[in-house]
Ligand binder design. Structure first.
Ligand SMILES: [Zn+2]
Length: 496
């Protein structure tokens, strides 16, 4: 087997990938067609009513805010917004879908024909968005008695309808994606856009953002599409990447052996790092779509779409470009800040306090110490003790020479742990850097007088000894001498 089977396979085959991304609209207070609250978890079957339980005679009432959020999501991904749209019934059976049909959209989605740009290794690709439609989420099955809640080995299953009826946006891409890495970047970009809009919390572990992938391979140079499989159950960006990499290699091996790829739905097992066949894939006509008879179609006024468009915030790509243009940040750093809306807002606030000439320092602290801290403690920036004002103050203390860069890292650690202001920490620890030339000169003179041999060696040409002298002076001053002033005084005394 070659060292990197994916790279070897992609040398001979081209992968064709399209994604389906389901995102729960968590920004609305209520479900799609009833007044039950939208939330994660909770005591089973406590957020239900006749509508989301599919009881006979209950009538759906569309959630206007959810439709607005979907239109906003469409505008943020360069889609055309339909002026005329409607819901359809999609017939299929799941035990956690009480009506035995899902209210979804068919040939008249709210949004269509968009695009999102992704970059891999400085190569920019535009991924087409076929459509974004709105539907209702299903409930959840709880399998009891098996391992890790899986159905295999379970003795019985329970149904929790709390999630049933949650507004769910389904975004479908064109088959424009060519590599697992592009797929991962696309999904990450989409998440950063949704978070910037505030439409969803996009929590992949809790299932509020779920990505399925259609993937096929064809020999390089071929124009006809290969038979695709649909891969499900990827609950992280890494799983999405790894499942696609596995599936591309698997399909290539089937073709290499003279076999045929079967059109089917496959399940990604992150533990075993493989996909396995789940069921043969249904065709759209199997669902017997027909217009939802309990709701009238929608006619949208272009002026209303304009009003929704006015709500569009600054999106991650625009923000990244602004950071590069206004603050001269490297593109990679600017992108890392802009892709996380909470991080970007923190940055904007810190720069507003510290001054735009210190934007680079703010960025360095955030992408260095702050990101490492949040990562280590697995907390969001909003939940950390560090505030934009504290970071700006800390940078100010370094810039005006009150503390050294090394001391600043100590202060950062303490303010992150305690939430105390950096100025107060510096005061309490007596950390103030000594920049007083007179005081430093006295220490320098004492060090030189105590080490005549080293002084002679330095003057005889061993210039590297300067570092040793700095170390001696700093030790005498318990690390509180200003390195710049200590260096300057030492050179003046030794070279003079
Ligand atoms: Zn309900």
């Amino acid at each position: 087997m070659p060292k990197d089977p994916l790279a070897e396979v992609l040398g001979r085959y081209e992968a064709v990938i399209g994604l389906e991304v389901h995102t729960e609209i968590t920004a609305t207070n209520t479900k799609m067609f009833c007044g039950c609250p939208v939330a994660f978890g909770g005591e089973p079957n406590t957020r239900v009513c006749p509508v989301c339980l599919g009881l006979p005679g209950a009538l759906p009432v569309p959630n206007e805010a959810a439709i607005e959020w979907t239109v906003l999501a469409g505008l943020a991904t360069n889609c055309d917004i339909a002026l005329w749209s409607q819901f359809h019934r999609k017939q299929y059976f799941y035990p956690d879908m009480p009506k035995d049909y899902q209210i979804s959209q068919y040939d008249l989605p709210f949004c269509s024909g968009g695009s999102v740009e992704v970059e891999v290794d400085d190569h920019r690709t535009s991924i087409g968005i076929t459509r974004i439609h709105l539907e209702e989420d299903t409930g959840k099955m709880v399998h009891v008695g098996g391992s890790e809640g899986r159905i295999a080995g379970a003795t019985h299953s329970l149904v929790d309808f709390n999630r049933a009826g949650t507004p769910l946006m389904e975004l479908v891409t064109e088959p424009d994606i060519r590599t697992p890495e592009e797929a991962r970047r696309f999904a990450q970009k989409l998440r950063s856009v949704w978070l910037a809009l505030g439409v969803s919390d996009c929590n992949m572990e809790e299932g509020s953002m779920r990505v399925d992938a259609n993937v096929s391979v064809r020999p390089r140079g071929a124009t006809e599409l290969g038979t695709k499989s649909e891969v499900k159950n990827m609950n992280s960006f890494k799983s999405l990447h790894d499942a696609l990499a596995y599936e591309i290699v698997r399909q290539a091996e089937v073709l290499d052996a003279g076999g045929e790829v079967v059109q089917e739905t496959r399940h990604w097992d992150a533990g075993a790092k493989r996909t396995s066949a789940l069921r043969s894939k249904e065709e759209a006509h199997d669902y017997r779509y027909f217009p939802e008879p309990d709701m009238v179609p929608f006619s949208f006024d272009p002026a209303w779409i304009e009003q929704v468009a006015a709500r569009l915030p600054e999106l991650p790509d625009a923000r990244r470009d602004r950071y590069v243009a206004d603050f001269g940040l490297p593109k990679h750093d600017a992108g890392a800040l802009a892709d996380d809306v909470a991080f970007a807002c923190f940055f904007d606030e810190a720069v507003a306090i510290a001054g735009s000439d210190r934007a680079k320092q703010v960025s360095n602290w955030m992408l260095g110490e702050l990101a490492a801290l949040l990562n280590a403690e697995a907390v969001e920036v909003a939940d950390s003790h560090v505030t934009p004002a504290m970071l700006a103050e800390l940078i100010g203390l370094v810039e005006d020479g009150t503390i050294s860069g090394k001391q600043a890292k100590e202060v950062f650690g303490e303010m992150a742990a305690t939430g105390d202001a950096p100025g107060a920490i510096v005061e309490a620890r007596g950390m103030k850097q000594v920049s007083d030339t007179g005081a430093i000169e006295a220490v320098v003179d004492a060090v030189l007088a105590a080490n005549p041999t080293e002084v002679a060696n330095y003057r005889a040409g061993k210039a590297g000894l300067i570092g040793w002298f700095v170390g001696q002076v700093m030790r005498e001053m318990h690390g509180q001498g200003s390195p710049a002033v200590v260096n300057e005084v030492l050179k003046r005394r030794l070279d003079g």
